[in-house]
Design a protein around this ligand. Sequence first.
Ligand code: SF4
Length: 311
Amino acid sequence: MEEKKTVLSVKNLSVSFTQYERWIKRTTLLAVKDVSLTVREGELVAVVGSSGSGKSLLAHGVLGILPYNAAWSGEISYYGEKLTEKRMGQLRGKEIVLVPQSVSYLDPLMKAGAQIRNGKRDQGSMGESLKTLKRYGLDETVEKLYPFELSGGMTRRILISTAVMEKPKLVIADEPTPGLHLEAAKRVLSHFREMADEGAGVLLITHDLELALEVADRIVVFYAGTSVEEASASDFRDERLLRHPYSKALYMAMPDHGFCAAPGAQPYIKDRPSGCPYAPRCERREAKCLEKVDYVSLAGGMVRCVKAEEG
Ligand code: SF4
């Protein structure tokens, strides 16, 4: 079988912010630390973590749209070539698209159809926007509606429509389902699965593991600004197949497994302990967990835990 090409490769990405305390003391906050992942053609990779874990910064770092006071290090490649600022500028909005978290990305004074057509470099035609609306289960009357007239689910589908007008090769979806009821959220995510099935690489950022498992090929588990495990979605069928104690805790917290939440809470990024970020909550911790913990390959996935072993 032909090996699928790697669309996106992120190696050791870190994102930091410069801050000033009382206007004088300069501090650096390492918000995303040492994250690596790949997305191949036809694959949907979900980055899953609770809010405040730094997932959206990962998306913005890849897209080169970090805030002005942020700095990043690491290596980002697209189809094997380094993704420089210049190259990203040429590809963003065309081959590489963001489906944003915030509905404020839509122009409140522009009708939905015009916003969809604007998603295309040379302005799409009315026929194309109507076809796209139909593809996402919206009837043609939506063409003439302003954003304030759309429901939450419709707005999400308009955001997707604007992003896909150029037939992107890499889609980055940043929390595309907030505020949607379960059925609407599943429908929105099924559109990302469709894009992957048509050959695009899709990176989905979400807090909802259960929904992610419905559509993803692989799951990257995020905790306190870093990736702690990468597993195939099928590994989440059985807790014993998971490599990291936090992934196991997420598994146990799912409705089908008894809603058993792990004690404690994720630390604020600024309070992240050195060594393993999960150590304060981990029953298995020992002295070596407080030293540097590398992200290593294990059983077809990746893990950041000194005690992880092949199950
Ligand atoms: S490195 Fe240690 S503290 Fe961290 S998850 Fe593994 S066993 Fe627990």
